[in-house]
Ligand binder design. Structure first.
Ligand code: KE4
Length: 429
């Protein structure tokens, strides 16, 4: 069934640590070997052994409209004919920046980079440079890429692999990152009372996606906004997942936020390596060459990635009814999986915001990292394997988001729920 994949995995493992170029793809947490992909088309992904799956990973978020969309393909092909990279500005970068700012007016100035990690790393450096302060605050289970300052109590692959921390990050640097439980405004207030004058920034996923999906409590994001303003720290809103996912204006539109800095990624690259960071003009203009905070990149604003991102975002802007469909499919999937789990006698709860959701194998509720950790990862792994065998491609980790895509039709969600019904029955034995 997965013979070619197994062979490719062995070959890869002889060259690439763990056989993968990003740890969370390793599928270790779900007791499996990674499945090698041959291609994707629309809502489905096809492995090298000819098996097809409904794709609920969406490349970890970027493919909100599914695989190989005609509009992205056309845009990338046209751009490639003009040359892949120039190391000089192109007008398309300005067009993408303008389109982003149209939906994220808080991003008065912005820069295009190649990954969410790069965007987050630079936003932290910029906040430290602008405020002259060194400490930052992140939340346990939050993941903002793998920059040194952001690996403390990180979610996503760090949580998936149960890594206690990260050797290689100097203690002197790690101790400048303070953490609080997600959704705990009181704990954050305590940190500000004690350290407020030395805090450069608070960085948060406005809807957590890297401890599994956890929505913000009503008082949480307003508390971050209020405290950062009161103490002169910057509010960094990490919308790498939620940007153009929850709606065209992301979480800051959904919750009425005005961050000092915002991170975007994934969807704005249309599947190619592109991310962005931006915010208040006086902060962003501390960046070289205007200011003295340095950030750079050979392939920043790369023409192929920008072409893909423009095509994707322009499509979403023209088809904004997509978001209503995505919210309906996200709700149907989350409710359906939860009902099936409970009908089959499994302790479970589910969180869902728009097209992103997580079924947790714990009674719940899951409102932060500590409660997410009460999930049964072994049971999640068994469920993942049963679903894979029935043509469903789920995130190989309890601590990730499940995404519905606009390429899915209601029958696809029903197909997934039928597969889950059979998977849960198989697990009951
Ligand atoms: P990248 O450096 O992986 O492009 O982005 C880092 C990042 C920043 N902020 C948020 C909220 C993120 O979710 C991410 C990356 N997400 C993970 C999965 N949730 C990427 C998957 C991987 O590491 O392979």
């Amino acid at each position: 069934m997965l013979d070619k994949s197994k062979k490719m995995f062995e070959e890869a493992a002889a060259l690439i640590p763990g056989g993968v170029n990003s740890p969370v793809r390793a599928c270790r947490a779900v007791g499996a070997d990674p499945v090698f992909v041959d291609h994707g088309r629309g809502a489905r992904i096809f492995d090298v052994d000819g098996n097809s799956y409904l794709d609920f990973v969406s490349s970890w978020g970027p493919l909100i409209c599914g695989h190989a969309t005609p509009w992205v393909l056309r845009a990338v092909e046209e751009a490639a004919r003009r040359g892949a990279s120039f190391g000089a500005p192109t007008e398309a970068e300005t067009r993408l920046a303008a389109l982003i700012r149209r939906f994220y007016p808080s991003m008065e100035r912005l820069r295009l980079v190649n990954s969410g990690t790069e965007a987050a790393m630079t936003a932290i450096r910029l906040a430290r440079g602008f405020t002259g302060r060194d400490r930052i605050v992140k939340f346990q289970g939050g993941y903002h890429g793998h920059a040194d300052s952001l690996l403390t109590a990180a979610g996503s692959g760090v949580a998936t692999l149960g890594l206690p921390g990260c050797p290689g990050v100097p203690a002197a640097l790690a101790e400048l990152t303070l953490t609080a439980p997600y959704n705990d405004a009181a704990a954050l207030t305590e940190i500000f009372v004690r350290h407020g004058e030395s805090l450069a920034a608070v960085i948060v996923e406005p809807v957590a996606g890297n401890m599994g999906v956890v929505p913000p409590a009503p008082d949480f994001l307003p508390a971050i906004e209020r405290l950062t303003r009161q103490y002169g720290a910057l509010f960094i809103c990490d919308e790498v997942i939620t940007g153009f996912r929850l709606g065209l204006g992301g979480a800051q539109e959904h919750f009425g936020l005005k961050p000092d800095l915002t991170l975007l990624g994934k969807i704005i690259g249309g599947g190619l390596p592109l991310a962005a960071f931006g915010g208040r003009r006086e902060v962003m203009e501390r960046l070289a060459p205007l200011g003295d905070v340095y950030q750079a990149g050979t392939l920043s604003g790369n023409p192929l990635a920008v072409a893909a991102g423009l095509a994707q975002v322009e499509y979403l802007a023209a088809q904004s009814s997509i978001y209503k469909r995505l919210a309906q499919s996200g709700r149907r999937l989350a409710d359906g999986l939860l009902n099936l789990a409970r009908e089959n006698g499994f302790e479970a709860c589910a969180n869902q915001v728009g097209s992103m959701s997580t079924l947790f194998f714990t009674a719940g509720p899951v409102s932060d990292y500590a409660s997410a950790l009460k999930s049964d990862p072994g049971l999640y792994g068994a469920f993942w394997r049963e679903m894979l065998a029935r043509g469903m491609w789920l995130a190989p980790s309890q601590f990730e988001a499940c995404f519905t895509s606009a390429a899915m039709i209601p029958d696809d969600i029903e197909e997934a729920l039928d597969a889950a019904a059979r998977a849960f029955k198989a697990l009951r034995k």
